[in-house]
Design a protein around this ligand. Structure first.
Ligand code: ZN
Length: 345
C-alpha cells in the first residue's frame, strides 16, 4: 500500500510478471502486457466464473503479446475455457488481438455497438491510403507537406497492430448487467475518449474496471477524429467525468488500463476535469489573435510535439478548440488557403 504524489492510494506493491496473473479482488485478476509504443504497457483483466473465464481487453497485436497470451491460456486458467472476450473500446492497444483471441478460443467478442462498428470501419480503412477528406482535415489544422508525410507513415503503420476483427459480435449497452460467476457487473458507458467506451462496475466487490476512462497518472486522450471534424468530444468527456465522479466513490477499487490499480477515483476525475478547464482558459487567452490548430500546442502540452505525437496532439488540440467554439468563446474562419483559424469572440 502506498500513497502517490497525487494523493491516490495504490494498494498493490507488485505488478503481474509477464504471462502471470495477480488477484486484485475475489475472482478478478490483473494481467499486464507490453506495448511497442511510448506508453509501454496495458492492463487487462480476467474474471473467473465457475466454468470458465471472461477476458477484458486484449493488447496490441505483435508476436510477443501473442506468445504471452498462449502461455497464459495454457498455464494460468486452471484448465477452464475462455467464455467471452469483452472489448472496452476501439483503440488498438485494447482491441488489437480481439479477432485472434476470439477465433483461437472460439468465443464471441462483447462490445458496445458504436465501438465495434467504428473499429470495423477504421480497420478496413487502414489498408487504404488516407481519403481526400482525411487529408483535408489535417491541412485545415495547418499541416504542410512534411507533417502530412509523418501522418501518412503513421496511418499505415497502425494496421500492423491489429488482427482482423471478428465479423460478428455480441452487443453490450449502458446499464446492462452481466453475471459472471457470483458477481454482477454493470456496463457503464463513458463518452469523449472514444464514442461508447464500456466500463464495468461490480457494486458487490466495490471494483470498477475503468478502461481508459480513469487513469491514475496520464490524462486520457480526448480527440476530434477526421470523420467528424466539428464534433465536441471534450464536452462529452467532461460530462462523463462529472457523472462517474458522482457514481463511483473513493472506496471503489479502480482498475485502469494504464498505471496501477488505485483508490480515489473521484479525486482523480476531479483533477482531470480541472486540468482541462485550466487548459481551456489558457487556450482562450492565447487566441487573442487568429491561431491555427498547430499553433496552440504550447498552451496545452508541456512536452515538445514531435513526429511520434504530432497527430494525437493535433486531434486533442482541436477537441479543446471545438469545445470553446461550441461555447461561443471562440469564433472560427476557414481562409482561402483552407486552414481553420480560431480567435476569441
Ligand atoms: Zn483508449
Amino acid at each position: 500500500m502506498r500513497i502517490g504524489s497525487n494523493n491516490l492510494t495504490y494498494p498493490f506493491d507488485n505488478r503481474p510478471k509477464p504471462a502471470r496473473r495477480i488477484e486484485v479482488a475475489p475472482k478478478v485478476f490483473w494481467l499486464r502486457m507490453p506495448l511497442p509504443i511510448s506508453l509501454n504497457h496495458i492492463n487487462l483483466w480476467l474474471l473467473e466464473d465457475d466454468d470458465g473465464w471472461t477476458i477484458v481487453d486484449t493488447g496490441m497485436s505483435n508476436q510477443e503479446t501473442k506468445s504471452l497470451w498462449e502461455s497464459l491460456l495454457e498455464h494460468e486458467l486452471d484448465s477452464k475455457p475462455v467464455k467471452r472476450v469483452i472489448g472496452t473500446h476501439m483503440h488498438l492497444d485494447h482491441i488489437g488481438l480481439a479477432g485472434w483471441l476470439c477465433r483461437k478460443c472460439q468465443v464471441d467478442l462483447w462490445m458496445p455497438r458504436t465501438e465495434y462498428l467504428s473499429c470495423r470501419v477504421f480497420s478496413s480503412e487502414m489498408k487504404e491510403p488516407p481519403s481526400p477528406e482525411t487529408i483535408e482535415f489535417y491541412k485545415a489544422a495547418g499541416f504542410g507537406d512534411a507533417e502530412l508525410a509523418v501522418f501518412h507513415e503513421r496511418f499505415q503503420a497502425r494496421s500492423n497492430f491489429m488482427t482482423p476483427m471478428p465479423t460478428s459480435y455480441r452487443q453490450i449497452s449502458d446499464g446492462e448487467n452481466i453475471r459472471i460467476g457470483d458477481f454482477e457487473w454493470t456496463v457503464m458507458v463513458g463518452k469523449g475518449h472514444s464514442p461508447e467506451h464500456a466500463c464495468l462496475y461490480c457494486k458487490e466487490l466495490n471494483v470498477f474496471i475503468a478502461g481508459d476512462q480513469n487513469l491514475p497518472r496520464i490524462t486520457p486522450n480526448v480527440s476530434v477524429r477526421p470523420d467528424q471534424p466539428s464534433s465536441n468530444p471534450l464536452g462529452e468527456w467532461l460530462t462523463t467525468c462529472e457523472y462517474f465522479k458522482n457514481q463511483i466513490d473513493e472506496q471503489v477499487l479502480i482498475l485502469p488500463s494504464h498505471g496501477d490499480p488505485f483508490y480515489g477515483g473521484p479525486l482523480r476525475l476531479q483533477a482531470i476535469i480541472d486540468d482541462h478547464l485550466s487548459s481551456l482558459e489558457k487556450l482562450h487567452d492565447y487566441c487573442v489573435s487568429p491561431r491555427r490548430v498547430v499553433d496552440v500546442f504550447p498552451t496545452l502540452f508541456k512536452g515538445k510535439i514531435e513526429d511520434h505525437n504530432l497527430v494525437i496532439a493535433t486531434c486533442e488540440a482541436l477537441a479543446h478548440l471545438n469545445y470553446l467554439l461550441e461555447a461561443s468563446q471562440l469564433s472560427m474562419d476557414i481562409g482561402p488557403d483552407g486552414i481553420k483559424r480560431f480567435q476569441r469572440s
